[in-house]
Write a protein that binds this ligand. Structure first.
Ligand SMILES: Cc1cc2nc3c(=O)[nH]c(=O)nc-3n(C[C@H](O)[C@H](O)[C@H](O)COP(=O)(O)OP(=O)(O)OC[C@H]3O[C@@H](n4cnc5c(N)ncnc54)[C@H](O)[C@@H]3O)c2cc1C
Length: 413
């Protein structure tokens, strides 16, 4: 029901068959052939499970690379297949039925790679893009700080030039996957004499550099998915600046747009089919209210699918994503909140149970609790509404008294 198989062209259907044939040879189908398991619902919070997941994700990306399936939408000049976004979606639909995933490598593949392609030097492209496609490097994002989240441009991690290296000091926080990342994309302040957006530089950091200390933080789900990262006199070669010095805000917009649409298109790993299956297994599909809510749920999935295709197609034509990425981010935030309520309503009193006591080993409770990571990560709902209000509806901007002040004169605590 949720698949768009019947809307496919002959070429797309042939592509799907080819993908399916490859997957059947290279991976194993999920239990029962359904798409019931998903990354957000993972109930095993042990360190061993995480190590195995990162190993398996890397191995899967390598398999994709070796078999000519890596970087479906990446341009051919960078080793990709150069295909339109709808083909990546077909691949993802089929892949989700199998026990394989690229996991957190998606940060590298969907956020870092496109940013390096857009802003990198030839040397940077040659150094990093092939390793990303082969799944050799996990990347993490070192943007947020204790005093700079929604107001990211208020960041205070500093970088001072010393010969042909920068010396970096500061603290980052909420850095997903930093504890196993090989490389990071880092925002630092290099100029304190200009307004906040104009003194930021974007750097590529080797996470194994001396002075990088990563401390995991445990979330409501029990997973330690993200971290605090302390940077003390870390030396980063000046050649690792992506784009121009002090022009990092512009570079970062590329990453943020890709991040929002990745979160929007990803859908949190849950499918309508899986929710429908849960309703069936709980015996509530004859209930009138549940049927109404399931219909609304299906509509949300369909709308998100088309929004995702539109954003990916625009990106592929080289058009800046702009506010569409905020629409998608807001839409998926709304979807996961409503789906979470629906899931718990479907389970009824069992919704209060967790882990082995709960249906599906507590997977749906994990999905419910994961909604906030989707709603907050990549920019909160309130912030997306501000973007849309100002850039699409043309409403008056928020008062920003610090926008024109040199950053060193902005009051901070
Ligand atoms: C699961 C997860 C993964 C993440 N991964 C990463 C990562 O890998 N790397 C990274 O750098 N960061 C990461 N983040 C951080 C994320 O980007 C920030 O949490 C987010 O930008 C919000 O910032 P904050 O937490 O500092 O909240 P704050 O900015 O302090 O916001 C607090 C509250 O105030 C509201 N608010 C703030 N400003 C405004 C405003 N102007 N108008 C209206 N309301 C406002 C917010 O909506 C929010 O409700 C992650 C977060 C999560 C939850």
């Amino acid at each position: 029901m949720a698949d768009a198989v019947n809307e496919e062209t002959v070429e797309e259907a042939a592509f799907r068959a080819k993908v399916r044939a490859f997957l059947e040879g290279a991976a194993t189908l999920k239990a029962g052939g359904a798409d019931l398991s998903n990354p957000m619902g993972n109930t095993d919070t042990s360190k061993e499970a995480e190590i195995e997941h990162t190993r398996a994700s890397r191995a899967w990306q390598r398999t994709l690379y070796d078999n000519g399936w890596a970087g479906i939408t990446w341009p051919k000049e960078y080793g990709g297949l150069g295909l339109p976004a709808k083909y990546a979606r077909i691949f993802a639909q089929e892949e989700s039925k199998f026990n394989v995933s690229v996991g957190m490598l998606s940060v590298a593949l969907q956020m870092v790679g496109p940013t390096i392609m857009a802003h990198g030097t030839e040397a940077q492209k040659a150094e990093y893009l092939p390793k990303i496609l082969r799944g050799e490097h996990y990347w993490c994002q070192l943007y947020s700080e204790p005093g700079a989240g929604s107001d990211l441009a208020g960041l205070t991690t500093r970088a001072d030039l010393d010969g042909d290296e920068y010396i970096v000091n500061g603290q980052k926080v909420w850095n997903s996957g930093a504890h196993f990342a090989d490389m990071g994309i880092l925002l630092v302040r290099t100029n304190w004499d200009v307004p906040k957006h104009r003194g930021i530089t974007y750097m590529l950091i080797d996470m194994h550099s001396p002075g990088v200390e990563v401390r995991p933080l445990v979330q409501i789900t029990g997973h330690a998915h993200f971290n605090e990262t302390f940077l003390t006199n870390v030396r980063i070669p000046a050649a690792n600046v992506l784009g121009d010095v002090d022009d990092g805000w512009r570079v970062t917009q590329t990453t943020l747009m890709h991040e929002r649409s990745m979160i929007g298109a990803g859908g949190g790993g849950v499918t309508f089919k899986a929710i429908h299956e849960l309703a069936r297994s709980c015996g509530v599909t004859d209930d009138r209210n549940t049927r109404q809510e399931l219909a609304k749920c299906y509509t949300r999935f369909e709308l998100l699918k088309w929004l995702g295709l539109r954003a990916r197609a625009a990106a592929q034509k080289g058009n800046a994503l702009g506010p569409e990425s905020s629409v998608m981010k807001l839409f998926i935030s709304d979807r996961v909140a409503r789906d979470g309520d629906l899931l718990m309503a479907i389970e009824g009193a069992n919704g209060m149970l967790t882990n082995a006591d709960a249906p599906a080993n507590g997977m749906w409770q994990q999905v419910f609790m994961s909604q906030w990571s989707i709603r907050i990560g990549g920019g909160t709902e309130q912030v997306q509404r501000n973007v849309l209000g100002e850039r699409v509806l043309g409403l008056p901007g928020e008062p920003r008294p610090d926008k024109t002040l040199p950053f060193k004169d902005v009051p901070r605590n």
